[in-house]
Design a protein around this ligand. Structure first.
Ligand code: SAH
Ligand code: SF4
Ligand code: F3S
Length: 443
């Protein structure tokens, strides 16, 4: 007996994913839908019948990456035909521009249409498809995602953002805040625990705002419930907004050993005046106060942040306040960017008045200072033993394993073949500004 004909039976698919962890998780979800429709992984873009690009729009450069990849795909398409789909944040905001006749794009799919990807891809064999209409509620996937890692699992708890920071396009791409029901979150976590996942990463643009739509359970309570699911040893989450780290959240972290002593808390700028112009909703002093509270409860907490330099009107004095904040806070790691004007945002109406060379100089100063801070911090770790989840091989040397410590820092180490997917103790034997290396101790 033969089953029903699947819309993508035998189609070889590949993804190219730009952007944040939300996009990585969305790619896993989209792959789940494609496989449910009969598609199989291609292994590479070159051998695929269907290529889906999951895009990021957060800076102009992020968008440019899409357009250069599309150029590459157009020349590949001359050698053999295949379908090209565009998903993610650029798809949502540039839906009209993308499918121009010469773009090589066959379909554009918005976030709230992801459950229809198989049907849309199949139909795009006949006509260009633009499916980007939005809905406000959280939709559960009826098919499981195809997960990249068998050990560390992403679990989305909310989507969208209502903060409208003046520079940021995300509220326009991802739309308004929507919360996933607590029961569905816990069910997914239990499912991952049953499969032997070691680490759970809760995801959302603004996780601290979480409220269960039915019961009102808040984020601190959700964290405790997730940590109470037996099995996974580590729970982490991102992204938190600094204006909203209530004492209950800090206390839930402090009393729950399974919640990693690690927090990504984007500062953006060390100047209260700039933060106000960015509409961030906190001052430098309040941010520092939050850091003090967190560290008094968890002295070993490893903090990281995002920094923007060259925001409109940023004076030299204001910029130096970012440097002094970095010196004061001493992050374990930062992501730093030059301000990039984005369409639709409030700041798009401001003059982008900081010349590119000044932005670049400020970015270099931020990165040089942070490099010194990290070098000094890493030196204090020499000889110490860190618990590491071994997740893969080193990018540079396949004989070396790569893992992450509780602080989410990459640790490369020599170890036996069977260490993958295990928590191992690694003695740190050498350090650089951006890396930790060591040897595995047998437990
Ligand atoms: N919800 C998260 C992620 C936002 S995007 C958060 O609030 O942190 C990730 C980072 O990109 C931001 O923290 C910010 O530092 C940076 N970013 C966003 N818009 C930007 C822009 N227009 N120019 C430069 N950097 C930007
Ligand atoms: Fe963007 Fe601000 Fe929302 Fe983060 S909190 S996604 S920076 S608008
Ligand atoms: Fe980029 Fe969209 Fe994430 S703009 S950072 S992929 S939410």
């Amino acid at each position: 007996m033969t089953g029903p004909v699947l819309p993508l039976g035998g189609v070889r698919y590949a993804f190219h994913t730009f952007g944040c962890q939300m996009n990585e998780n969305d790619t896993e979800r989209l792959a789940g839908y494609l496989e449910a429709a009969g598609a199989v992984p291609a292994g590479s873009i070159e051998s695929a019948d269907l290529v889906v690009i999951n895009t990021c729009s957060v800076r102009a450069k992020s968008e440019e990456k899409l357009f250069s990849l599309l150029g590459r795909l157009r020349s590949l398409k001359k050698k053999h035909p295949f379908l090209v789909g565009v998903a993610g944040c650029v798809a949502q905001v540039r839906k009209d521009r993308l499918p121009e006749p010469k773009s090589g794009v066959d379909f554009v799919i918005g976030f709230d249409q992801y459950h229809r990807i198989a049907e849309i891809a199949a139909e795009s064999r006949h006509r260009k498809m633009i499916e980007t209409s939005r809905r406000r509620i959280f939709r559960e996937d009826p098919v499981p995602p195809v997960r990249e890692s068998p050990w560390s699992g992403y679990v989305t708890i909310m989507e969208g953002c209502d903060n409208f920071c003046a520079y940021c396009i995300v509220p326009f791409t991802r739309g308004r805040e929507r919360f996933r029901p607590l029961s569905a979150i816990l069910e997914e976590v239990r499912g991952l625990a049953a499969k032997g996942f070691r680490e759970i990463q809760l995801l959302g643009q603004n996780v601290n705002n979480y409220r269960d739509p039915k019961t009102g359970t808040d984020f601190a309570a959700l964290l405790s419930l997730v940590a109470a699911v037996p099995g996974p040893e580590w729970v982490r989450f991102l992204t938190s907004h600094p204006k909203n780290v209530p004492p209950a959240l800090a206390e839930a972290m402090a009393r729950t050993p399974k919640i990693c002593r690690q927090l990504h808390l984007p500062l953006q700028s060390g100047s209260t005046a700039v933060l106000e112009r960015m509409k961030r909703g906190y001052t430098r002093e309040r941010y520092l106060e939050t850091v003090r509270t967190l560290r008094s409860l968890m002295p070993e907490l490893r903090l990281s942040a995002d920094i923007i330099v060259g925001y409109p009107g940023e004076t030299e004095v204001e910029f130096e306040e970012t440097l002094s904040a970095l010196s004061e806070i001493r992050y374990a790691g930062i992501f730093s960017f030059c301000y990039s004007p984005r369409p639709l945002t409030a700041a798009a109406g401001l003059v982008d008045d900081i010349p590119p060379e000044v932005k670049r100089r400020r970015l270099a100063a931020v990165q040089a200072l942070q490099k010194d801070i990290q070098t000094a911090f890493h030196q204090t770790l020499l000889g110490k033993v860190e618990k590491v989840l071994a997740v893969g091989r080193s990018k540079k040397d396949p004989a070396v394993f790569a893992g992450r410590n509780e602080g989410n820092q990459v640790v490369n180490f020599q170890g036996p073949e069977d260490c993958l997917g295990r928590f191992v103790d690694v003695e740190i034997t050498s350090v650089g500004p951006y890396s930790l290396r060591g040897r595995m101790l047998t437990r």
